[in-house]
Design a protein around this ligand. Structure first.
Ligand code: ADP
Ligand code: ADP
Ligand code: MG
Length: 686
């Protein structure tokens, strides 16, 4: 059997792998949504396996539904009433005739009742046995098991006694700081650090409350809190014939709130001896529970390299992609084949690492508000182009919505190259190309993270984000003049394109509101807001370009709008390509390797608002009428410029406050008007 190197075309193709002859499934139900559902469907398609998607009402049109061969509705949006409802998913498996169920990660992937229900319904659960899920489902039981398998454990107490005084005594014995962990915990929930005996009881109570609420089980364990540890995990794989291999390690130390943000493989600084020792320990952990399929053994590693078993995740991991990139293997294919009864195709000594891979989780979240998820529609979404070096796993497309029902992950961005330095450069470049408008995203934060000193130097530990606070949450950055000027070029050239519709004499110089004058130059002050910053730029018009003064520097700027919101600007002769989107009142500019949101302060809007009460439009200031742009009686839409007033060497268009028509102009071209005089009689259309 030949395999295609799905994950990374840098690896030689058609390597002979010794799969058994168990055959394969014809149809698989994917019991998940989003990115992982799409990921599984992709491999099934390549292997010629039919797929059945399941979806909630919120996902009826989502990408995983479109990619699958069939799709079954399983309920309303809340996960409890759909993706977590075992009976509905089993019904879908039955009615679609799928032979096997892939649970993905999250949701029911580590739920023993679900695995059992699949088996009872005569479907293969793509994952380990019910017994293995149960054994590893409790962190306490898992630690007891690992103790017997001689896998090194973090010093601590993981027994059944939950008496408060007893647990505190154990904590005192371990020595502070300690960590209280919910035995049934996951996803970074139900974890409390305690620094002194006096704080123990309160932390215990709070941890138990959270554990009871999140997992319906308030049992806890207590263990030594390692200072500045690394999170290094080992990917393991077992088959039904007792073979177990490991596919090397991943470093997932870069975390926020005990949750991974960046993952990479191999772990920087890993020696062959330590890799071998950790791999051996991970395989021993898997063997101890007769593990079949893909699993991950997580270790916490002290600064001296000593490693301790933390937990085993009995499923495919979010970050499995980095392992695929450095091994050239498709782990979902391995899962599907092993579940169908095939033998593992490679022995440990046939496995090798090539290159380096880094993954960043792209989240819809506000990194300035403690990573609060951000919901909304993605009005613009452009990931970097995929290549041999860049992979984007996603379940979301432009126009889709991030809702509060599910995890706010937009995508996983995965890069690969021969060395860590090169991979890092790929990541920096790919993040700079990633464009998201409509929700807050962590992309800028990730860009700062992958370029901060600790990460660049691979000084990794779980406190990295905290330690690099100043670099990661630096003062709001000031946009470069290039970005500002590109934004203004966009605004000005956009107006040039829109305005001709307002006039009827094509030879009139006022047809273009670009400030061209027969004699002299005209200036206009433009204001842009960016967060707390306000920028003023004075623009002087000449026939082909603008001279813009920003912070006392003068720049010659011209521009051109092309299709798809791209603006080409020439700033002092240098060409700048900017992609521009408008959302609500904000203008999003992607240029100069960054994204900036501006709010243009439109003086016209303000002036018209101030003067439009009472059916007439008033002069906002003394000046001279220089152009009448519409004919009396002609229907105009709201915002159409009606006349141009020149005052203090600046021009001001007076625009229609509503859809309607001009009854009469009170002044002719060239006439002076005084402040507050009525310029136009305007009637709103009904
Ligand atoms: P979860 O099930 O939520 O993933 P883990 O036991 O895997 O819980 O721990 C999550 C994270 O908490 C780890 O990745 C690590 O950052 C931190 N952590 C866990 N145990 C320890 C420990 N003993 N000392 C220091 N940090 C720890
Ligand atoms: P990991 O250590 O790999 O991050 P977690 O236990 O935190 O593992 O969860 C794995 C992933 O599963 C999460 O990052 C998230 O993307 C997804 N996930 C977890 N719970 C849910 C859920 N209730 N709904 C949707 N996705 C979930
Ligand atoms: Mg964990």
């Amino acid at each position: 059997m030949k395999t295609q190197n799905f994950s990374n075309p840098n690896f030689p193709r058609s390597e002979d792998l010794n799969w058994g002859a168990a055959g394969r499934f014809d149809k698989v139900l994917v019991a998940n949504r989003g990115e992982i559902a799409c990921r599984i469907i992709k491999t099934c398609r390549r292997m010629g396996i039919q797929t059945v998607a399941v979806y909630s009402d919120a996902d009826a049109n989502s990408r995983h539904v479109r990619l699958a061969d069939e799709a079954v509705r399983i309920g309303p949006a809340p996960a409890r009433e759909s993706y977590l409802l075992i009976s509905r998913i089993i019904d879908a498996a039955r009615s679609s005739g799928a032979q096997a169920v892939h649970p993905g990660y999250g949701f029911l992937s580590e739920n023993e009742a679900f695995a059992w229900a699949c088996i009872e319904a005569g479907k293969v659960f793509i994952g380990p046995s019910v017994a293995a899920i149960r054994a590893m489902g409790s962190k306490s039981d898992a630690k007891a098991l690992m103790e017997n398998a001689a896998v090194p454990l973090t010093p601590g107490y993981h027994g059944a006694n939950q008496d408060v005084a007893f647990l505190r005594e154990q904590a005192d014995l371990i020595g502070y700081p300690v960590l209280i962990k919910a035995s049934a915990g996951g996803g970074g929930k139900g974890i409390r650090r305690v620094d002194a005996s006096g704080e123990f009881e309160a932390a215990l109570m709070s941890c138990k409350r959270e554990a009871a609420a999140s997992f319906g089980d308030d049992r806890v364990l207590v263990e030594k809190y390692l200072l500045q540890p690394r999170h290094i995990e080992v990917q393991v794989f077992g088959d039904s014939y007792g073979n177990v291999v490991h596919l090397f390690e991943r470093d997932c130390s870069v975390q926020r709130r005990h949750q991974k943000v960046l993952e990479e493989a191999p772990a920087p600084g890993m020696t062959d001896e330590r890799r071998e020792a950790m791999g051996r320990a991970a395989c021993a952990a898997a063997r101890a529970v007769g593990y079949v399929g893909a699993g991950t053994v997580e270790f916490i590693v002290g600064p001296d390299g000593t490693f301790y078993f933390m937990e085993m995740n009995t499923r495919l991991q979010v970050e499995h992609a980095v392992t695929e990139m450095i091994t050239g293997l498709d782990l979902v294919e391995w899962q599907l084949r092993v579940a169908a009864g095939d033998v593992l195709p490679l022995r440990q000594e046939q496995l090798a690492i090539r290159g380096h891979s880094i993954e960043a989780r792209i989240y819809a979240e506000d990194t300035d508000k403690n990573f609060l998820p951000s919901v909304g529609r993605l009005i613009h979404l452009m990931p970097p182009p995929e290549s041999a070096h860049v992979r984007v796993d996603t379940g979301i497309e432009q126009g889709d919505e991030i809702t509060s029902y599910y995890d706010p992950m937009i995508a996983k961005l995965i890069v690969w190259d021969e060395s860590r330095e090169q991979a890092l450069q790929r990541m920096v470049a790919a993040l700079a190309q990633y464009q998201v408008v409509g929700v807050a995203s962590n992309i800028d934060f990730l860009s700062r993270l992958v370029t901060c000193t600790s990460f660049v130097k691979a000084e990794l530990d779980t406190s990295l984000i905290e330690r690099e606070r100043d670099a990661l949450w630096r003062e709001q950055s000031v946009p470069t003049s290039t970005v500002l000027l590109a934004a203004l070029a966009h605004l000005l050239y956009e107006r040039r394109e829109i305005l001709p519709a307002a006039g009827d004499d094509i030879h009139s110089p006022w047809r273009h509101l670009d400030g061209w004058r027969l004699n002299g130059v005209l200036k206009r002050r433009l204001t842009l807001l960016h967060g707390d910053f306000e920028f003023f730029v004075d623009a002087e018009y000449s026939r082909t370009s603008y001279c813009m003064t920003l912070n006392e520097h003068r720049y010659m700027v011209s521009g051109e709008l092309t299709s798809d919101g791209v603006t080409l600007a020439w700033i002092d002769g240098e060409r700048v390509r900017a992609t521009v989107f408008k959302h609500n009142k904000a203008l999003y500019i992607f240029a100069d390797n960054c994204c900036c949101a501006f709010t243009p302060v439109d003086p016209l809007e303000y002036l018209v608002k101030a003067s439009s009460d009472g059916g007439g439009l008033l002069a906002p200031m003394p000046g001279r009428v220089v152009a009448l742009l519409v004919k009396p009686g002609e229907m105009v839409t709201k915002g159409t410029p009606l006349l141009v007033l020149e005052a203090m060497k600046m021009e001001h268009a007076v625009i229609a406050p509503e859809d309607g028509f001009v009854i009469a102009f009170r002044f002719a071209t060239g006439e002076q008007v005084s402040d507050g005089s009525q310029l136009v009689d305007f009637e709103r259309s009904l």
